[in-house]
Design a protein around this ligand. Structure first.
Ligand SMILES: Cc1cc2nc3c(=O)[nH]c(=O)nc-3n(C[C@H](O)[C@H](O)[C@H](O)COP(=O)(O)O)c2cc1C
Length: 186
């Protein structure tokens, strides 16, 4: 698949059906993140791939209200990182930027493989820490919900989520965020 096509095809779908998680798939995703650019090649990303059914069930307790649809995930990728593992240049703190870039590559690769990889911020970092034994000095940056897209609308979805499932949410026009040669106040 062309990169352009994967970018277009990627969607934060919420209606998921199960698929079998194989070690090759996890390695494939990990290799995509591994090749991401990072400040000084610091590679600050860490990921927990949760696919054991018992652990997945425990992780359901960590999901915020509105994210019940994510209980149908076959895997949850917990995105982790530490500020001190990457460049800090005065007030410029790079670990979240670099970890976001690596995670985006992983999401695109999952898309290319015909799967859904949907990042979410709606979860409890405290519960996630407890369930997965994550130390306090490691930030729980996001969860990525992984599944196979289902044609059947998940009954846990809200009206708005059903609408977004059918049509990609509207984007800002290009001229709102692109400037040519100098900054332009709105
Ligand atoms: C950092 C981040 C946090 C998000 N949190 C949630 C969330 O908690 N629940 C949810 O259903 N979607 C969440 N999303 C998905 C966005 O709502 C979705 O990407 C956006 O509406 C655009 O839709 P699209 O990705 O299908 O183009 C999140 C996305 C990102 C990048």
């Amino acid at each position: 698949m062309e990169v352009k096509e994967a970018i277009k095809k990627r969607r934060a779908f919420r209606s998921l059906e199960p698929f079998e998680i194989k070690e090759d798939f996890i390695n494939d995703l990990a290799k995509s993140a591994q090749l991401a650019a990072s400040c000084f090649n610091n590679q600050p990303w860490q990921y927990i791939f949760v696919y054991d059914s018992e652990v997945l069930k425990k992780m359901h307790e960590a999901l915020s209200s509105g994210n019940e649809w994510a209980k149908a995930a076959s895997m949850i990728i917990v995105v982790l990182g530490k500020k001190d593992d990457d460049c800090v240049i005065h007030d410029r703190i790079y670990y979240r930027f670099d970890i976001g870039m690596a995670t985006a590559l992983m999401i695109l690769r999952a898309t290319e493989l015909g799967l859904v990889a949907h990042p979410i911020a709606g979860y409890s970092p405290r519960k996630t820490r407890e369930i997965l034994n994550i130390p306090d000095d490691v930030d729980v940056i996001a969860l990525v919900i992984v599944g196979k897209h289902s044609d059947k609308i998940n009954p846990d979805m809200s009206e708005k989520q059903i609408k977004d499932e059918k049509h990609r949410p509207v984007r800002k026009p290009i001229e709102d965020f692109v400037f040519h040669n100098k900054y332009k106040e709105k």
